[in-house]
Design a protein around this ligand. Sequence first.
Ligand code: ADP
Length: 374
Amino acid sequence: MTLRVGVIGGGQLARMMIAPAVELGLDLRVLAEAEGMSAALAATATGDYRDLETVRAFVADVDVVTFDHEHVPQEVLRALVADGVSVHPGPDALQFAQDKIVMRKRLTELGVPQPEWAAVSTLAELQEFLDAHTGAGVVKTPRGGYDGKGVRVVRSAEEARDWLDALTDGDALLVEELVPFVRELAQQVARRPSGEVVAYPVVETVQRDGVCAEVIAPAPGASARLVEVAEDIGRTIAEGLGVTGMLAVELFETDDERILVNELAMRPHNSGHWSQDGAVTGQFEQHLRAVADLPLGSTAPRAPWSVMVNILGGPVDGTLESRFGSALAAHPQAKVHTYGKSPRPGRKVGHVNVASDDLDDAVYVARAAAAHFL
Ligand code: ADP
């Protein structure tokens, strides 16, 4: 019997599960938000993932449900579980990726290193936190933020007055110390419902304007201790939160080599795109194996270095495909992945992976190939 995997959300992450699903002989179905989305090649339905009956109809003929994003409401997820549907990651785990305050509380209980933080709902509470932390902090809306939206560095509580005023009763904002990080890292692990966990090498991620621009795998210059600490954090969170599927842990590295958790994603993640071409098992295949409770694949790198460069925005004239000829001819080492999205400033429309024996070479080729699409 072919196992049927239903993916809620029709973005590029669902799209990139299609090829590995075919290879594994899984029947992949996608509930897309609209027609013509990135995962349209596999989309079997379109509809609102917040509507329980729409989701129920979609999952009626799949064996396991997973996600392209974390936005399916808890009520919907819990109703599916009550219906007997196999949901991975399940609502108990996913809540920690849906709400940053809920995550901070749980990671504190688990003893995972993270920035100092508080939940605040008044100007006075926020100012008190800032005064106690060098006068600055990072204020975050706990839910619905992405790519730096919903994140604001403030030096006085007044700078967050609009967000505080917009809070409804019982709600709060998250405030964190402004971490003096030297770079950002990401640790990915995969966990099966039956408990097996595998870890990828820790990677360096480079953000521009709050958006991931480049990833280097493994993180250059990472000491054995750093590699071990990062992996341990990933495993502790996956097990402690009961995550199933891929987990990405975004991390800050400080100048005294401390590692602090920034946030979590419970799905394939931009920081893991390099693994499609740079690891024995890419993260999209690994996610499918994990949610289907199949044995996990090797995470070993296929080359000493892998570099991923996002194609942000895309060409102002024409499609990405119109640039294939020049890019592929000039850089046969580069692997180009496109998302079937129309170009728009700042939008993630594709990425380039290069695996190489030489880091400088990989960085050069990946950037040069990506530049053909701008
Ligand atoms: P999003 O959910 O939008 O990805 P993040 O919480 O990851 O938001 O924050 C976006 C970026 O803001 C991070 O990648 C980092 O560069 C910066 N940032 C977030 N929190 C802090 C912090 N506590 N200290 C310093 N910089 C931070």
